[in-house]
Design a protein around this ligand. Structure first.
Ligand code: TRP
Length: 374
């Protein structure tokens, strides 16, 4: 896909303009006697992110990453590693979080996210995230958190542990992540949609109270909203262990696929099988480019003329073919950890400038940049 950068040029004398300032326009002045300026229309901005709690898997790819890779050509993308957020329920695991930050950057680079085009940042390297989260928490009614369905189910899952206030309010921190760079679009997995809806609501509240500062961001869900686990559960989840990682080698992929859950009603290869709700076929649809092969397997599966083994073997080839180029890139970057580190150091430093500008504006609008002697 080509870079979306329309160029416009205006004759200033004809237009009778000598000072030119407009939000969203990035002006360049070649010299002080300019009669003509050229500017690019600033790209719309994306912020999206991930908690560093482990390596990324196939579900992340089709649910989110695939969109990010495409969108980085058209948008000014900020890709965030939300380590503050991970602390909410992993406070004693800082060492693991650190390892996961490295793994996530490696996964991103391996799938083709490009720090030359986009900004990679770590939340705690930009502490303005914490300041904005605190200020926005004052505008967020408790009831809004109580009603958030994603938070509700996570709270139920963690109900036997003592929940921290930080975990309870993480959606507010996530809203700050999105609003800090004034993002227009947030491409995420389906489970994140309630948080984006809340972001819109809080942006609206802020703007109504203090004047227009934040865009109300849209959300975008990936091609496969929910990739089933290898065990047939609704979702891949590393805590259950039903995942195929982007960094799995070909033997591991083979083992995981060979032991995958298929159609429990089918005892023999000659029994008619079910394609719906069968993770093996969901993965074929997601990762096998050979449509003819997939359709043929489905037909024969329903008729009872193909065994699980053949279906799985073809899936192993397809998934390994999909993962091979990702593995090659991973291998390259694993040998260049300085580069991996630079990506997040430089990206975070750049994001921090944007964050500081927004915070200056936020403090002024909220009346927080005051002095008591005036
Ligand atoms: N909650 C997201 C996840 O669990 C991670 C995240 C943090 C995020 N901040 C964000 C996602 C901002 C989108 C936008 O993966």
């Amino acid at each position: 896909m080509t870079n979306f950068q329309p160029r416009w040029s205006f004759d200033l004398e004809n237009l009778g303009i000598n000072t030119f300032k407009s939000q969203g326009l990035n002006c360049t002045y070649p010299n002080e006697h300019i009669t003509q300026i050229e500017f690019n229309i600033m790209k719309q901005r994306i912020l999206t992110g991930i908690r560093p709690t482990g390596k990324l898997h196939l579900g992340h790819y089709v649910g989110a990453l695939e969109n990010w890779i495409r969108l980085q050509e058209e948008y000014d993308c900020f890709f965030l590693i939300a380590d503050y957020q991970a602390l909410g329920d992993h406070i004693d695991e800082m060492e693991n979080i650190k390892i996961a930050v490295r793994d996530v950057v490696l996964d991103w680079l391996s799938v083709g996210l490009d720090p030359e085009k986009s900004t990679f940042l770590v939340q705690s390297y930009v502490p303005e995230h914490a300041e904005l989260a605190l200020l926005l928490s004052m505008l967020t009614p408790l009831g809004m958190l109580d009603r958030n369905p994603t938070l509700k189910s996570e709270r139920e899952r963690l109900s036997n542990t003592s929940l921290s206030v930080g975990f309870y309010t993480y959606p507010v921190s996530q809203i700050a992540d999105i609003l800090l760079p004034k993002a227009h679009l947030v491409p995420v997995g389906e489970d994140q949609l309630p948080h984006i809806e809340m972001t819109r609501e809080i942006a609206r509240r802020f703007n109504n109270r203090y004047g227009e500062v934040f865009p109300e961001p849209d959300s975008l869900v990936g091609r496969v909203a929910r990739l089933m686990g290898t065990d047939g559960q609704a979702k891949m989840s590393k805590s259950i262990g039903n995942v195929i990682y982007l960094s799995d080698d070909s033997d591991t992929v083979k083992k995981k696929i060979m032991s995958m859950y298929t159609d429990p009603t089918r005892l023999r290869a000659t029994d008619p099988g079910h394609v719906e709700g069968n993770p093996v076929f969901q993965y074929h649809d997601a990762f096998n480019d050979d449509l003819e092969e997939v359709n043929d397997l489905k037909e024969r599966y329903v008729q009872g003329t193909v065994g699980d083994v053949e279906v799985k073997q073809k899936l192993i080839s397809a998934v390994n073919q999909f993962l091979d180029p990702i593995r090659d890139l991973r291998d390259k970057y694993e040998h260049d950890i300085d580069y991996v580190n630079d990506c997040i150091e430089n990206g975070s430093a750049k994001a921090r400038v944007t964050a500081q500008n927004t915070m200056k504006e936020v403090r002024e609008r909220m009346g927080l940049s005051y002095s008591v002697n005036t």
